[in-house]
Design a binder for this molecule. Sequence first.
Ligand SMILES: [Zn+2]
Ligand SMILES: [Zn+2]
Length: 357
Amino acid sequence: MAVEGRVFVLEEPKQALVERARTFEDPPAGFALLEVLACGVCHTDLGFADGDVAPKQALPLVLGHEIVGRVLASDDAALIGRRVLAPAVSPCGECAACARGRATACPKGRMPGNDADGGFASHCYVPSRDLLALDAEPNQDGVLGEAKLEAWQLAPLADAGTTAWQAIVRAGLAKGDLAVFVGTGGVGGFGAQLARSVGATVVALDVDAARLETLAPFVDHVIDVKDREARDVRKQLRGYAKEHGLAEAPVRVFETSGHPAGQELAFTLLSRGGSLSVVGFTPAKVKLRFSNIMALDADLHGNWGCDPALYPGVVDRALSGEVALTPFLERRPLDEVNDVLDALRNHSLSRRAVLIP
Ligand SMILES: [Zn+2]
Ligand SMILES: [Zn+2]
C-alpha cells in the first residue's frame, strides 16, 4: 500500500513550515501508519520551530506530537481501522529504566516531531505497541464517551494532559492534599482538573486573568499572580489553606508555566513536607535557595512525558466528562499551522490549538 499525503516540514529554524507532498508506504515492523485526524500544538513545537531547542532528529523535520489518528496499516491487525491516541513519547520497553518501571526516564524514548517525523501531516508513522484504541470496533466515526467528545478533542491528551497526570501520580497526590498549579495553559489546566479528580483541593495560579476565568468553574480557587510578589502569594495561599481546614495538609506544587518567574514562584510556595513537581520547560536559568528543599524536608520531582500505562486513567476521565476539554480547545485547519505557531509565539492563543488535516 502507498498513500499520497502531505506534510508541513521545519526545514530551517525561525522559518515558516513548508508544505510538501509525500508518499507513505507500508510501515516498518512494529509501526503503524496513521491517517492523522488531529494534532495538538504544544510549546515544545514552538521551541523547535524557533531554534530554542534542537530536536533529536536533524532538520528537515515534521513537528507535532499530540496525535489522534486512524490506523491504516499495522502488524497488529486488531488496530486496523480504529481511531487511536498515540503517546507523545514511546519508551523502548527494553532498557534498564523501562525494566524498573521508569518508562519516562527511558533514554531511547521515541517522540514524533522530535526523534522522527510527527503529526503536522496527513499521515505519520508511530510505534504500534503503545497506541490507545478509542473505539471498540474498527471504522467508527461517531462521538466518544459519555462526554460525547469528537476524536480531535482528545489530541492534547497525548502530551499536555498525560504529562500532568504522570506528575500527579509521581507526587503521590491524594484526597485531602492541597494541589497548587503555577500556570494554567494546556498542561496546568488539564493537571488542575486531574488533581481534583483524585480528591485534592486545587488552587490554580496564572498571570492571565482570562485563562483563570475559564478554569475557575473546574477548580476550588484561582489566584491572579500578575505583578504579585511571590512571598505575598504564599501568604495568601496559606490563608486560603487555613480557612479551608487545610493548614496541616501536604502542599503539592506543580510548576506548569515553563516560565522562570513561574519556577521561582513555585519554589517559594514549597512548604514543610510538601513537594514540587517540575512539568513546564524553559531553557532559562533561575536563582533559587536550593537548601530550602532540605530545610523543608520537601520532595522534588520532574518528568518527561508520561508512562503509556497511565494513559487510560486520563482518557477515561475525559470520556466520562470528569475532566472537561471543550472549553480549553480550539480546532484549526492544518493549513493554518504557521498562523497558529505565530499566535502561540505572540501569546495571543487563549485556548490550546488542535490542527485538523
Ligand atoms: Zn508537548
Ligand atoms: Zn527504555
